[in-house]
Design a protein around this ligand. Structure first.
Ligand SMILES: Cc1ncc(COP(=O)(O)O)c(C=O)c1O
Length: 356
């Protein structure tokens, strides 16, 4: 039976990527060696790293003046590392709180300076994106989470501010076009749209660095990783390799511009059904709905278990909602085919009919 993978992360990647990655795990490019058993300093792996950097630059149209890094520690490490590298000692920064991940970013940044939570949607269980906020005049940057994986909301545009932006793009990087020039820093754990877990993509503006007056431990210093081209220590070679394959796949199908169209088509299909179907309702404010992680509930909670069982029977995997929202969450990352969305929509229609 075909399984439709709606997992929130780690999550679906293209089958062709897994196939190639699996081959390379056994015999990389007919070398008789696995990609996971060669030196990260070998010319073969150096080429993987070089190509990965180039693909990020091409796909995201990264202008001159930015560096691309592949680091470890997940997006969670970046919550602290970003402040450590960009916030001067005794400095001030503005943060928008749109959910669990922003709250965690704020908690870590508070270890480093004066952190102003300038807007929050906590009062309504993070079901919307706050649009109005005032920033302190001396703030070094504004941090936000572009897509809220758990609560199913998403910034449709970057926040309107004169401040430099720092963004956690873990769950929507390379799913839509972004104007990189507005950002001093973008970071994203790979394990949604880029590749398997274990690597974190960082895009940092070079001239934003070196201004904090702090002594930064080597492993947490972007400049150290820049100087060593992401090889200060042993990088997560296999995760980076598989991320490279995923980016090659994205390039082949037409890049970010094309995938953005496909993602919008997929999310419209599902949201239209959520709105039409008398049994379901969306949990996020309509204008702020995430293209990646639609969240929805059954009006009658007593039907939850039955619908979930029917989804499993139909090969639809991973739609149980996060406990902080309840109901259902259909994570629809780049690699999820529209046919999988059609399968879910059909299931919702059949379920409505069966309840007559
Ligand atoms: C938006 C966002 N930020 C941060 C994280 C945490 O990422 P990691 O597990 O790589 O630390 C996640 C994980 O799902 C996420 O969705």
């Amino acid at each position: 039976m075909k399984i439709h993978n709606y997992s929130a992360g780690p999550c679906i990647l293209p089958k062709s990527v897994f196939k190639k990655a699996a081959e390379s795990l056994v015999n990389y490019n007919e070398s008789g060696l696995s990609i996971a058993e060669i030196s990260h300093r070998s010319k073969e792996f150096m080429a993987v790293m070089e190509n990965s950097v180039k693909l990020v630059k091409d796909l995201m149209k990264v202008p001159e003046g930015y560096e691309i890094l592949f680091l470890q520690g997940g997006a969670s490490m970046q919550f602290y590392m970003s402040g450590l590298n960009l916030l001067p000692e005794q400095g001030t920064a503005a943060y928008i709180n749109t959910g669990t991940w922003s709250s965690k970013a704020i908690k870590e940044a508070k270890l480093l300076g004066n952190i102003h939570e300038v807007a929050s949607s906590k009062n309504e269980n993070f079901s919307y994106i706050p649009k109005k906020f005032d920033v302190p005049h001396n703030a070094s940057f504004l941090h936000y989470t572009s897509n809220n994986t758990i609560f199913g909301t998403q910034f449709k545009e970057a926040p309107n501010t004169d401040l430099r932006l720092v963004c956690d793009m873990s769950s929507d990087i390379m799913t839509k076009e972004v104007d990189i020039k507005k950002y001093d820093l973008i970071y994203a754990g790979a394990q949604k749209n880029l590749g398997p877990a274990g690597v974190t993509l960082v895009i940092v503006k070079k001239d934003a660095l070196g201004k904090t007056g702090r002594t930064i431990p080597s492993m947490l210093d972007y400049q150290v990783h820049i100087d060593k081209e992401s090889m200060f220590n042993t990088p997560p070679c296999f995760s980076i390799y598989t991320t490279m394959l995923t980016m090659e796949w994205l390039k082949e199908i037409g890049g970010v511009e094309e995938i953005q169209k496909r993602n919008l088509t997929k999310s419209s299909l599902l949201y239209d059904e959520i709105d039409r179907n008398s049994l379901f309702e969306g949990t996020a404010k309509t204008e702020d709905r995430s293209v990646m992680n639609p969240t929805f509930i059954l009006r009658d909670k007593l039907l939850n278990d039955e619908f979930l069982q029917r989804s499993i029977d139909a090969g639809i995997s991973g739609i149980k909602g996060h406990r902080s929202v309840g109901g259902f969450r259909a994570s629809m990352y780049n690699a999820l085919d529209i046919k999988s969305v059609e399968a879910l929509v059909n299931l919702m229609r059949d379920f409505e009919k069966s309840k007559g």
